[in-house]
Ligand binder design. Structure first.
Ligand SMILES: [Zn+2]
Length: 188
């Protein structure tokens, strides 16, 4: 078949519908169609997350996501609060990891119900009682208390809160950072 003949047939097929259009243009099957990239910000907006600290109003938050910090971009929000203030799960889901790291100190990793997003709570003073990996979390559950563990200045207790769009292999420590500021900013 010549290129001209193919072109004519492709146009005719396209006129009869998308499926036939794809079939005509080189025999592409559904499996060959590259999925559109996931919009993490839209995904997060759809979850309608809650404020992790009681009494903090969205408009009072500072957007610290793009701040330069030791080791690169901050990629998180810092929410100042007195030491010992309860930190609440922002969404339903599952507690996947309790982890102590040099920068983050005492941390919690939570997945959303679909396992698409990870929520990260860091610099905790201590965990909530009876917290364990694999447990279900409900929005509002206390996961820990504000502190300065890790690299937080000892006189500036705050919650370091981050959101990640998980990779296909859903490793709790790996993902693409999403700025939670727009989602939290709109909360009263
Ligand atoms: Zn931080």
């Amino acid at each position: 078949m010549s290129a001209a003949t193919f072109g004519t047939r492709a146009i005719a097929a396209c006129a009869s519908g998308l499926f036939f259009c794809l079939a005509a243009l080189g025999g592409a099957s559904a499996q060959d169609v590259v999925p559109a990239p996931v919009d993490g910000t839209a995904l997060l907006a759809a979850r309608a997350i809650a404020m992790p600290i009681d009494g903090v109003q969205g408009p009072a938050l500072q957007d610290t996501f793009t701040d330069r910090r030791t080791g690169g971009s901050h990629e998180a929000l810092d929410i100042p609060a007195p030491r010992g203030t309860p930190v609440h799960a922002v969404d339903d889901g599952k507690l996947v990891k309790l982890f102590t790291s040099v920068p983050g100190g005492l941390t919690v990793y939570q997945f959303d119900p679909a396992g698409r997003l990870a929520y990260y709570y860091a610099h905790l003073d201590r965990y909530a009682d009876n917290l364990h990996e694999g447990m279900a979390l409900r929005r509002g559950d206390v996961v820990g208390y504000v502190g300065t563990t890790g690299n937080a200045p000892p006189n500036v207790p705050h919650l370091h809160f981050a959101v990640f769009l998980l990779d296909a292999d859903k490793r709790w420590w790996k993902g693409t950072a999403i700025n939670p500021y727009p989602a939290l900013r709109q909360l009263p």
